[in-house]
Design a protein. Structure first.
Length: 345
């Protein structure tokens, strides 16, 4: 499984394993490195991550999904080396993460990685400003510079005026923003987020998703984001990776995950999703054959749901599909779009 075509890879893992049990490295080596899930179970091991290979491009947001126990959090902790993998390779911008000594690992985390987890982990006796400035303090930055940087990111996440508040004086959503600001303060190139909004009320969660999208549009980070909420994944993801029993079943765009599930498990995982709300015209566009179809062009970003009235009322066979710049990128077959809209398989 690879990242988007023609995109620069920032994170890459190959044949990554994390087994729990007695001497998992030796057992995995004796099997040749390719045991089945049944082999792992019969040997008494737990495969939290099982032979995962994927690439994440610069500026991409990869959302990892799966049921509880599927390996989502363990995979992210392996990619950030918060826990040690059993086998496989992890490259961060071409640097072998697993080969780094303790000092090298500390340095790459301080300079390149930001992490936000479900538990906000704020220091209760420190103000918002001091919480956000804390990682800069650990980096050894002088007091004036770190407070100046902390105020920049506090403003960025919409908490200006609350920098002197303590965590107990903030709402859950505001506390989460402090956690995000603290992570952003070190200006990470790579951001790992493990269900950061799952403890929030629905309205606050929606607001935080909007805020997060705004920040990503401004900052263009490379992000690995874990969620169990498919609606959240659809709002945020460039691509989605779906995990089961430690393995990645499929990694693709939300459109492709819904239109063309790679396995029966992915099909079941997505079967209750309203496809017309997910699928965009660009995903159904096919290369032009002959002349350009007549009629008003359709934006590649338009969902089939927003095109419903036109698809039902119109008698056209195909529609030209255009990109953001107005260039024609292909043609969408009306019947295929109706099949998505009306639920045909």
């Amino acid at each position: 499984m690879t990242g988007p075509e023609n995109a620069e890879s920032v994170i890459a893992c190959r044949n990554l394993w994390k087994l729990f049990g007695d001497n998992p490295e030796g057992w995995l080596e004796r099997t040749g490195g390719t045991p089945t899930h049944e082999d792992v179970q019969s040997a008494g091991y737990v495969a939290a991550v099982r032979d995962v290979s994927l690439e994440i491009a610069r500026g991409e947001m990869l959302v990892i999904m799966g049921l509880s126990g599927s390996g989502k959090s363990t995979l992210v902790r392996c990619l950030s080396r918060l826990i040690e993998s059993t086998a496989g390779d992890i490259d961060i911008e071409g640097q072998d993460l697993r080969a780094l000594d303790e000092n090298g690992l500390i340095e790459i985390r301080r300079r390149k990685m930001g992490m936000v987890f479900q538990n906000f982990g704020l220091l209760p006796y420190r103000t918002v400003l001091d919480n956000v400035a804390y990682p800069l303090e650990m980096r050894g930055q002088d007091r004036h510079a770190r407070r100046e940087r902390a105020m920049e990111v506090i403003e960025l996440v919409g908490l200006g005026g609350r920098e002197d508040h303590f965590p107990r004086e903030l709402s859950g959503g505001q506390q989460q923003r402090v956690g995000i600001a603290r992570s952003l303060a070190i200006e990470p190139d790579i951001w790992f987020l493990d269900e950061p909004f799952s403890a929030l009320d629905p309205l606050i969660r929606r607001d935080m998703q909007d805020e997060f999208l705004r920040l990503q549009d401004l900052l263009g980070k490379t992000i690995v984001f874990i969620t169990h909420d498919f609606d959240e994944a659809l709002r945020l993801a460039d691509r989605i990776a779906i995990m089961k029993d430690g393995a990645v079943e499929q990694v693709d765009t939300p459109d492709r995950i819904v239109i063309d599930p790679a396995t029966d498990y992915v099909r079941r995982f997505t079967e209750d999703i309203e496809r017309a709300r997910v699928v965009h015209a660009g995903a159904l566009a096919e290369p032009l054959v002959g002349s350009v179809p007549l009629g008003e062009a359709i934006s590649a970003k338009a969902t089939i749901q927003t095109l419903a009235r036109r698809l039902v009322d119109d008698q056209a066979t195909t529609y030209p599909v255009i990109d953001e710049g107005g260039a024609i990128i292909g043609a969408m077959n009306r019947q295929r779009a109706l099949d998505v809209l009306l639920g045909a398989r």
